[in-house]
Design a protein around this ligand. Structure first.
Ligand code: PRP
Ligand code: URA
Length: 213
């Protein structure tokens, strides 16, 4: 895959370990859900190393008064792409409990692989926040591209996108269509199969999170 300035692929042994368990077809729904949350928390920590709106606050320690940087109240909004993105929300909330959540509902047409948007509800004032768009799977990139375009049409200017597993073609598509969005992917997989599934992947993330088939 070509190198993109706006793409960061984590190569962290802890995340790799957790993804190995996630991939295993024998991993239970409960464990799968817990791992998605844990991986998301690790990814959020790393992804928000830069670009988080902060402000100065005076703090009085037992010894003296000092000026500290704190994350601005209400600075971050989380936007999961339904359904599978829902599984990542708690992983971000662990670090930013008061972050408001917008939802974009999308499903891929199984034949064309084109995304269909069926729902969108965003928090008021989202255009002034750092928007963290989350979806565990970045396959053809169609869903991510459309979600980012939708958010931009609603005025969002500061957007980051996080996926746990990405296929090279999907990452390239989103990186080229949205060069202003930083894309964080935990692991880069090999390719897509003829049905648009990531290989080796983990199967259908939504089904594995929610026990559907
Ligand atoms: C999955 C996944 C992404 C999308 C990725 O959702 O959660 O949203 O596919 O594929 P793409 O990069 O080719 O667009 P799906 O459409 O299966 O819906 P679901 O989450 O409701 O299962
Ligand atoms: N969506 C999934 O859930 N899994 C894939 O491999 C591709 C798209």
């Amino acid at each position: 895959m070509k190198k993109y300035d706006n793409v960061i692929i984590f190569d962290h042994p802890l995340i790799r370990h957790k993804i190995a368990i996630l991939r295993n077809e024998k991993t239970s729904m409960k464990e799968f859900r817990e791992l998605v949350e844990e991986i998301t928390t690790l990814m959020t920590y790393e992804s928000l190393k830069e670009g988080v709106p902060t402000e100065e606050k005076i703090v009085k320690t037992p010894l003296e008064t000092c000026t500290q940087q704190i994350v601005k109240d209400d600075a971050i909004a989380i936007v999961p792409i339904l359904r599978a993105g829902l599984g990542m929300v708690n992983g971000v909330h662990v670090l930013f409990p008061s972050a408001k959540v917008g939802h974009i509902g999308m499903y891929r047409n199984e034949e064309t692989l084109e995304p269909n948007t069926y729902y969108c509800k965003l928090p008021t004032g989202i255009e002034d926040k750092l928007v963290l768009v989350i979806d565990p799977m970045l396959a053809t990139g169609g869903s991510a591209c459309d979600a980012l375009t939708l958010l931009k049409s609603r005025g969002c200017k500061n957007i980051k996108f996080m996926a746990i597993i990405g296929a090279p073609e999907g990452i390239s598509r989103v990186a080229e269509a949205h060069p202003d969005v930083k894309i964080y992917v935990s692991t880069l997989d090999r390719c897509l199969n003829e049905h648009g599934y990531i290989l080796p992947g983990l199967g259908d993330a939504g089904d594995r999170l929610f026990g559907t088939k």
